[in-house]
Design a protein around this ligand. Structure first.
Ligand code: ZN
Ligand code: CU
Length: 503
């Protein structure tokens, strides 16, 4: 640890902490001083290190870690709709990667709502620079790093056309990727399971990914298949990375569908083999056995898959709000019909295409095997639709890893879990000078009690903040912690920044 150095003018001192520095090293007792937006010293600070205006936090021996990075979010629009980002801040998150699964707020057409419904804000921008200005004006409480999404670009250029792009269309799509990279995106994302991405052949993806590669960025993918054809989809992702010449991030790695449970190890072995042969593939996972997303994307309304229908629960359902929080199978019993018929009814109703569902498709042992992998980051994949009953991962992801998988199940150590939520993520997604507790790093910090930290959000009651998170500091400002009235919670500090890749 660096020898302590203070100039007597520090703004904030956190004393008596068990410091997890984000590198995976075991905790070390010490103090951390912050001046402005940076960490200015780490170690045992003298009693007179603080000046009269210094804020002092006594950590009481609890854990101080770099702020957590949610590498898989759909919070593009949420940064504008809910700039307080309470559901992420309360988990200890200080930075988010947005634009995942091929859906990004930019580029966009002025005033044209995104067809996915995932962004949920009418754009007042056309490119990433314009979106950046809109976000900065909203003063969000957390930092954001953007991916540019294939589905968004393809929709902009080709609408819902189920065909290959013409040369001209491909060139226009390439320019959108290149412009976003120039404007600070960290990479290109796909959602090849979704419309319109699923109509793209591998070659189209490679051509667009080349623009991210040229700017030194990465390729993040919701792969073409996560179930029966998972291994072929992993091959495609690795092939795209190798051909375009850039690192690959496999999003929300899973082996979906009961008949594929217990098989995540085969997919991880493929990743390991590729990396041993010179590829550069990393992954992320959310710590739950259910996924969630726009229901219209998972079903063919003319031919609803009865097996999938059986494991569907409604998160938000503007068509029939009474269905929110309920399993399709339970509704079917009540209405004397099948789960598939319920799904079809909702999808054919006005606003049915705005349904967000939760699907119980993942095996618990696969979640644990994922979390054991040293290249596995944590990403919530939360859908920030607070009107219904969202998947509990929106509020619970990071505390759940720390409580259930670290403390109760011993799947990974605390210092390793913190590494995979901080330095590994920042290095991968190009968040410079973040993800570690060290002199000169940005002061993005989370203080938590390792004994009590826990998620409290459940499928029935999902909008509950975690317990045991005691303070969250973003760019040196206390965004969550002790308030003037003595209570602990959100302070309203909007110190988040829209980050640029590797700068
Ligand atoms: Zn996805
Ligand atoms: Cu996603």
């Amino acid at each position: 640890m660096a020898p302590p150095r203070t100039n007597g003018a520090v703004d904030l001192i956190i004393r008596n902490a068990s410091i997890l520095d984000g590198t995976g090293r075991e905790a070390v007792a010490g103090d951390v001083a912050v001046t402005g937006d940076r960490i200015t010293s780490v170690g045992t600070l003298p009693a007179d290190a603080q000046g009269p205006s210094t804020i002092t936090i006594d950590a009481g021996g609890h854990c101080l870690a770099p702020g957590f990075v949610d590498v898989h979010t759909h919070d593009d629009g949420a940064l504008l709709r809910y700039p307080g980002m309470e559901f992420k801040l309360s988990q200890g998150c200080t930075s988010l990667v947005i634009g995942n699964c091929g859906f990004s707020a930019a580029p966009a057409q002025l005033g044209e709502a995104d067809p996915s419904g995932l962004i949920g804000v009418e754009p007042t921008w056309t490119d990433l620079e314009g979106f950046r200005r809109a976000v900065e004006a909203a003063h969000p409480s957390v930092n954001a790093m953007a991916l540019v999404g294939h589905n968004s670009i393809r929709t902009l250029v080709m609408g819902e056309e189920r065909r290959e792009p013409t040369d001209d269309e491909l060139a226009r799509m390439r320019r959108h990727v290149a412009l976003a990279m120039e404007q600070g995106a960290c990479g290109f994302s796909t959602g090849l399971i979704y419309r319109p991405g699923r109509w793209a052949r591998t070659d189209e993806v490679i051509e667009l990914t080349r623009e991210a590669a040229a700017a030194g960025g990465l390729y993040a993918t919701h792969m073409r298949n996560e179930g029966d054809h998972l291994l072929a989809a992993v091959d495609e992702a690795i092939h795209i990375g190798r051909t375009a010449g850039l690192p690959v991030q496999i999003s929300h790695h899973k082996s979906a569908g009961r008949r594929n449970w217990g098989r995540i190890g085969e997919s991880l072995a493929k990743v390991d083999a590729a990396n041993a042969a010179g590829a550069d593939v990393t992954l992320d996972v959310y710590p739950y056995t259910a996924g969630s997303g726009p229901m219209a994307q998972y079903f063919d309304v003319d031919n609803v898959d009865p097996e999938l229908a059986e494991v569907i629960r409604f998160a938000s359902c503007p068509a029939i709000p009474d269905y929110e929080g309920r399993m399709a199978v339970d509704i079917a019993v009540e209405e004397n019909t099948s789960a598939a018929a319920i799904i079809e009814k909702v999808l054919r109703s006005p606003k049915g295409d705005r349904t967000v569902c939760i699907q119980f498709i993942i095996d618990e042992t696969d979640v644990e095997e994922n979390l054991r992998h040293p290249l596995m980051m944590v990403g919530s994949d939360g859908i920030p639709d607070l009107k219904g009953r969202p998947h509990p991962r929106l509020f619970g992801t990071f505390p759940k890893v720390l409580s259930h998988y670290v403390r109760d199940r011993h799947i990974l150590s605390l210092s390793e879990a913190v590494r995979r939520m901080t330095s590994l993520s920042c290095d991968r997604f190009g968040l410079v000078d973040r993800g570690r507790i060290a002199e000169g790093q940005f002061a993005d910090l989370v203080l938590f009690d390792p004994v009590t930290v826990a998620d409290t959000a459940t499928y029935d009651d999902p909008k509950r903040e975690a317990v045991g998170i005691e303070a969250v500091i973003v760019n040196g400002a206390i965004a969550f912690g002790a308030r003037p009235d003595g209570s602990v919670g959100h302070t309203g500090a909007g110190a988040g920044r829209f980050l640029r890749y590797r700068s």
